[in-house]
Design a protein around this ligand. Structure first.
Ligand SMILES: *Cc1c(COP(=O)(O)O)cnc(C)c1O
Length: 291
């Protein structure tokens, strides 16, 4: 998320997340805006929409762009609108860890037509080859900065088949997500474990299912407990402001307290398109047996 902007020399400022959805906290963003802010980059964590009304409002009144990192949220909705279509741009990922995959790949959704031609040039090694293919010019040439961003046709074909089956894939993931919630709700409430929260105006992409344990120590014991039965569970993003680069940019403990508090306690459960009901039953039985 940050690296794309870091590559172009932007000064990165990290904002904290909201305790409930674990997505960008618009109030915290407001506090960090300056006259030099150029872009706000919300991550729709787990495919649950950020507080886009507030973020778009903050950005719009200051003529700042919003680029949605929608790597998790393809086909998810926010107040009935698709995530990735709300900001100036939306970035999608088809990396092997996402809902729809082509090994490595992605897409840029361009919601402002002023940037279409520029994007074609960036994608085509800095040339106007796309215009040439449309017959708009009789030869193509180098016109700006770019690189080689087209996926191969074989990867595209592999992805296209999944796009055609998207309703089936989304339904399987939804059943899995709801299956976890139903089986674990009572246990979680009794133990002070938090399950994912989805606001009423968001329809998620069912990208992942996480638990937030009471402490980092409890999380480690929990991961080992599952591992004894060959069930893999994993933690997730450490806060970027405390990464090696984040620290070199001035990041310190305490800058984003909610992110810091949550990241050490969050654990993700097995979640893939073909996970069976039987697997779900045995995983949840093992979870409920956590001493
Ligand atoms: C996977 C992911 C990315 C990176 O996607 P690539 O396709 O590997 O570039 C960016 N942001 C988030 C939130 C992701 O989960």
């Amino acid at each position: 998320t940050a690296n794309a902007f870091y590559l172009r020399g932007a000064r990165i400022v990290f904002a904290d997340i909201s305790e409930d959805t674990l997505t960008m906290d618009a109030e915290d963003v407001r506090r960090r805006l300056t006259g030099r802010t150029r872009v706000i980059v919300p991550v729709h964590y787990g495919g649950v929409g950020c507080d886009m009304d507030k973020l778009l409002d903050l950005a719009g009144s200051r003529r700042i762009a919003v680029v949605e990192d929608n790597a998790h949220g393809l086909f998810a909705r926010y107040r009935g609108r698709n995530l990735g279509t709300l900001g100036t741009f939306g970035a999608l990922s088809f990396h092997e860890t996402k809902n729809l995959i082509c090994g490595v790949g992605g897409a840029l959704i361009i919601n402002d037509t002023r940037y279409l031609e520029r994007a074609e040039i960036v994608r085509e090694k800095g040339t106007d080859r796309s215009r040439f293919f449309r017959g708009e010019i009789d030869k193509y040439t180098w016109v700006g900065a770019g690189s080689s961003y087209q996926p191969s046709d074989m990867l595209a074909a592999f992805l296209y088949a999944q796009l055609e089956a998207r309703e089936q894939i989304m339904a399987m993931r939804r059943a899995l997500w709801e299956g976890y919630r139903e089986r674990l709700a009572d246990w979680a409430a009794g133990r002070g474990v938090r399950l994912p929260f989805v606001p009423g105006h968001c329809e998620p992409s069912w990208h992942l299912f996480y638990l937030i344990m009471q402490s980092g120590e409890e999380r480690s014991r929990f991961i080992s407990h599952l591992k004894e039965k060959d069930i893999q569970s994993v933690f997730h993003y450490p806060p970027l402001h405390l990464s090696a680069v984040g620290r070199s940019l001035g990041g310190r403990e305490g800058d984003c307290p909610v992110s810091e508090r949550v990241s050490g306690r969050l654990v993700r459960l097995p979640f893939y398109n073909t996970l069976s009901e039987d697997d779900l039953d045995s995983i949840c039985a093992r979870i409920i047996a956590f001493p």
